[in-house]
Design a protein around this ligand. Structure first.
Ligand code: ZN
Length: 503
């Protein structure tokens, strides 16, 4: 009986998965090959298919089936992954039904207006042009938190949409210690007598060669081109139409060697996660990464722990140098390692380094929390932003375009999203510390260009589980401890000491 009902449920999840994959294909095409003139038609196609997905998700028969199966899931012979799939479907259903249609419509209208006014405000460096739209979005998001429900803090309900189960109460002490540890490291860096020079990275690098080198590199790391591909787009991203079709994009600048290479390795980290999910989860709600934070941990792991490490460049530098003998001719592996790891407080989050990046996130987290809780108003944001920049990073933005207007997130209502980025860094460092314990000669393997064991470890511990385990469970099972900043600070201290000749 339960088996029949589960089969019926699976048929539905497959239809939903196929429709969602079709939406994703349309979205990928829009960012890569679609002619500009097709924008209006494409928006309609995506909106039609998305509405269909929504209708099917909230259809009463389907909801009843999920609830009945979930209620009886203890003792009805369902396997663990099947129960996890039901749990995920139930969550999707609740997310889709808790929000009144009127609210969803108003959010769509408000974000469309807000994106317009944000662009204008940023271009004119005039926060006032965005303030009213932002105030309206904050109000809508506070209402949304109410609809979704929360135990302690309305901001929790928003964070939960990206990192299920994560709360302000868990994040605050971790972020506070991270901020303090970062400050200590920044002081040591400021006092270092021997600073690395990264000017060589911004000379002239042939774009075709960069792209070819980067593709070859991600293949060596383990990205499977038999079930994935790489194209160009204005902003790099990874999207998946199921685990056998994972698309990455990158961009290439001739005067910045970092962008294409590290950008593609980053996206390949996301992509390998998607490629590595247990095939048994195909076309179910489990067939993807478990949270934004864990997803980001996989991209950052390959980008930073592997590809920005010294052992990695001991192996890879000769190949890079022979690809670009002109600009890199007089450099060596350790000089290159130092150049790609310069730490310097800067205004723009997406251009910042591995260490100071988190301070940008902490500022956004603190401001979002205060806004959603009504402790500050939208009018307080620019001043508060600048004073936090001064306090944490020691620099003051010249205007709001390089301050609180720099990110697109608020304009699309993405409150609660920012913490995922730093969670990714913290998780990645925790996994790396654990991997080193379990693979004692890890650095030797990396410095001889062997990544099979690294990928196998990530597959076994993280990838194959897809969405069947929540991030807190994964972290606890893998590392035997809950989320903390300590592994990241330990890892960063080691790196900073090498790069700045300290310690
Ligand atoms: Zn990412």
């Amino acid at each position: 009986m339960a088996a029949d009902a589960f089969q019926q449920y699976l048929e539905k999840t497959r239809t939903l998965a196929d429709l969602s994959a079709a939406v994703a294909v349309l979205g990928w095409d829009q960012e890569t090959y679609m002619p500009d003139g097709a924008a209006q038609g494409r928006a309609e196609q995506i909106s039609t298919l998305s509405a269909l997905v929504h209708q099917m998700t909230v259809e009463r028969g389907y909801g009843d089936l999920i609830r009945t199966l979930s209620d009886s899931s203890n003792g009805n012979g369902l396997e663990e992954w099947q129960k996890a799939s039901l749990k995920e479907s139930l969550r999707d259903l609740e997310m889709a039904t808790k929000l009144p249609e009127e609210h969803v419509r108003e959010c769509a209208r408000a974000t469309s207006l807000a994106q317009h006014s944000w662009k204008q405000a940023r271009a004119e460096k005039n926060y006032a042009l965005f303030a009213d739209a932002l105030a309206h979005l904050v109000e809508l998001k506070r209402n949304e938190a109410g609809y979704l429900g929360y135990a302690e803090n309305p901001y929790d309900a928003l964070i939960d949409q990206f990192e299920p189960g994560m709360t302000v109460a868990q994040l605050t002490p971790v972020f506070t210690r991270l901020r303090e540890g970062t400050r200590v490291l920044l002081e040591r860096i400021a006092a270092a007598p021997n600073k690395p020079d990264d000017a060589v990275l911004f000379t002239d690098f042939d774009k075709e060669k960069q792209l070819a080198y980067s593709r070859e590199m991600v293949a060596k790391l383990g990205f499977n081109f038999g079930i994935g591909r790489v194209d160009l787009s204005a902003h790099p991203f990874c999207t998946s139409f199921g685990m056998t079709d994972v698309r990455l994009t990158t961009r290439v600048f001739n005067d910045d060697l970092r962008s294409c290479l590290f950008g593609l390795i980053h996206e390949a980290g996301h992509g390998m996660y998607e490629q590595g999910v247990d095939p048994a989860y195909t076309r179910t709600p489990l067939a993807s990464g478990t949270s934004m934070g864990i997803h980001e941990s996989q991209s950052l792991f390959w980008e930073n722990m592997i590809a920005r490490s010294e052992p990695f460049w001991q192996w890879a530098f000769p190949g890079l140098q022979s690809t670009f003998p002109g600009p890199l001719g007089s450099l060596d592996a350790s000089g290159f390692f130092r150049a790609i790891n310069v730490v310097k407080p800067s205004f723009i989050r997406i251009e910042s380094d591995e260490l100071t990046y988190n301070l940008h996130i902490v500022i956004r987290f603190e401001i979002e929390n205060a806004l959603i809780n009504g402790q500050i108003t939208v009018a307080d944001v620019p001043e508060l932003w600048n004073s936090k920049m001064r306090e944490y990073l020691g620099i003051t933005p010249a205007d709001d375009a390089e301050g609180c207007l720099q990110d697109v997130h608020w304009s699309f209502g993405g409150f609660g999203y920012f913490p995922s980025y730093t969670l990714g860094k913290l998780y990645a460092a925790m996994f790396y510390r654990q991997m080193k314990r379990e693979i004692p000669d890890l650095e030797a393997q990396i410095s001889s260009g062997q990544f099979a064991n690294v990928l196998a470890w990530l597959r076994e511990k993280i990838h194959r589980w897809g969405k069947s385990k929540r991030s807190a469970t994964l972290v606890m099972e893998i590392c035997n401890e809950p989320l903390s900043e300590s592994a990241f600070l330990e890892y960063m201290t080691g790196k900073v000491e090498r790069v700045y000749g300290l310690g």
